[in-house]
Design a protein around this ligand. Sequence first.
Ligand SMILES: Cc1cc2nc3c(=O)[nH]c(=O)nc-3n(C[C@H](O)[C@H](O)[C@H](O)COP(=O)(O)OP(=O)(O)OC[C@H]3O[C@@H](n4cnc5c(N)ncnc54)[C@H](O)[C@@H]3O)c2cc1C
Length: 668
Amino acid sequence: MKSSVLEIVGLTIPCFSVNTLIIGSGAASLNAALRLFGSGQKDIAIATERWGAGTSNNAGSDKQTYYKQSLYGQESDSPIRMAEDLFSGGSMHGDIALCEAQNSSLAFFNLIGLGVPFPHDRFGGYVGYKTDHDPLGRGTSAGPLTSHLMFEAMAGEVKKKGIPVLNDHEIIVLLTQKIEDNQHVIGAVALDKTELAAGRLGLVLFNAVNVVLGTGGPGGIYRTSVYPESQLGSHGLALSIGAVGQNLTESQFGLASIKFRWNLSGTYQQVIPRYVSTDMDGRGEEEFLNEYFPDMGTLATAIFLKGYQWPFDPKKVRDYGSSLIDVLVYQETVVKGRRVFLDYTANLTGGGCLAEFSFENLGAEAYKYLEKSGVLFGTPIERLKAMNLPAVDLYKEHNIDLEKEYLEIAVCAQHNNGGLRGNVWWESNIKHLFPVGEVNGSHGIYRPGGSALNAGQVGSQRAAFFITKRYAASPPDEGIFAAAVSAQTKNILDFVNRLSRFPAKDDEFLHSTRREIQGRMSSFGAHIRDPKQIEDARNKAWDLYARIRKEMRVSSLQKLPEAFKNLDLCLTHAVYLDAIVEYIHNDGKSRGSFLVLDKGGQKPCEKLGEEWRFSLNEKGSFVEKKILEVRLNEKKEITKNWVDIRPIPREESWFENIWKDYLADNFF
Ligand SMILES: Cc1cc2nc3c(=O)[nH]c(=O)nc-3n(C[C@H](O)[C@H](O)[C@H](O)COP(=O)(O)OP(=O)(O)OC[C@H]3O[C@@H](n4cnc5c(N)ncnc54)[C@H](O)[C@@H]3O)c2cc1C
């Protein structure tokens, strides 16, 4: 990395020139950096808004899963079988599924090599278990904090190798240049927060041949979210320069605690806690699920099943399925404005309308599981302590004592299956821009639990390989770079001046903008989607985007990152809502992890109101056969394109031919 100072539009701005700028410091970015370094491309730098922030380092669950090809004993698996299972989730391109499958063992063993403690037996067999949407037991886990352990191992290695990390650098704009007919990324602009804190402008330029974008999921667009508070996302960076987004309608939502953000899957549900709701002041306690279920056995079994049917799924709503609980929690919290809690201190009571809880009434699967685990006794907390003590301790570490207090919950946004489009080397339609990790929307409608972490590792490895082989040139001379970006830099400076020249009295406008974005997404663009309200929500999102570009002001330079983040999140939520409108206009119904209300459909259960009617997509319907792509064109208008789903490639695998191509470097 070469550092210099550029005289540009009358200002002196620090500039770093590198072959590859890696944005973000989550598991995907760190892997990209290590893979580049390891394959000989050492002219790299990581710029991150805060070292240690993001989902990988801060999120987890009961047993956080990593999905990989089966590698144990007699289990028969192959890359094609795994690709077929990824592909069968719907709306996922087959060649991408094949890449994620084909490279999964490589990525997994790389993590083992870095010291991530995935468990194995005495013969070295990495045993797996079945996760959701997984027929073959491909899941593995290093415990509740798998992705944190991945972060820790890779972060240590990044430090050991001396890879430059520019901490507290928030990237606010990607710089581009049109070369022939293609838009290329050629660098980025950051705000150095340490400079801002010292009262200086803190603009920093990056002159880069390649940009690896590992900025994670769009956690910041939701009010009700189990993304860590530090993970807001930056999809707007790429969308605003015309990067294609795909499957933006597809995300995962599920039950999580909100005081301390944590997924309530696995044993947290399998011990069958009591669900209660109260008014806003904690009064008027009710076991609100009772009135909707026909008997105690059905209710207790549905709660148990939430353990491994964690994401909300409209296919699991009817017939008193586990996802009916998410609908009822939503009704309680959002529609009725009450609070919902899990109580581990006592068993379900039936509240007078159902029988009292008893193990004998459970469905066979639930009964057997609890019997095998030796916990057919006591209260939920006693069962939880017996089955998974660390799960109890984890809450204690965050000052929540499940032995004494109720745990407040909601249906939260957790993961984005869609995101930016990449090719088989994870390069976007913007040349030299490689979205990796969650910001890359490689998944389709359903994905096996744990495949997000696999995709992040495989994608960053593929991007690093391609960059090393094809895009290894040194960055251009600073003078050439300055000329190419002076107009874009001037636009940024003009905007920064507008934000800060007449400082705001306070930051209420910034805060209310963020609240408006998050409120709108959680109300209209999350797991319950109402065709009657979605267009209005979309229009208001675009109105807000136009308004904040004109009216947003900051009270001090230190607030600039927050203002730019608002701009990014506002654009992101408008584009996401537009994708949902387009989906519904094309007769898209409930699927994946969201429910589209539909007068012509059926009620989720007998006792819910008429307004809850919904239906699932018919097999072979238009939206199931295509993938929705959206992008901003050069006039900044949103365009939508339904593309065919590419099948899994079935190519010749004759060793001598592949070897010949490989030796001739012909396989790209
Ligand atoms: C509660 C929870 C449980 C989960 N459980 C599982 C599971 O069991 N299995 C599974 O496979 N997946 C799981 N996931 C999803 C998975 O953890 C994430 O998809 C993955 O960790 C994302 O990694 P990443 O590297 O793409 O992004 P992140 O780890 O989120 O990192 C993003 C980075 O980008 C930085 N950044 C963002 N914007 C900017 C900017 N403008 N400038 C500079 N830096 C920026 C952030 O600070 C951060 O460092 C879970 C997610 C959650 C929330």
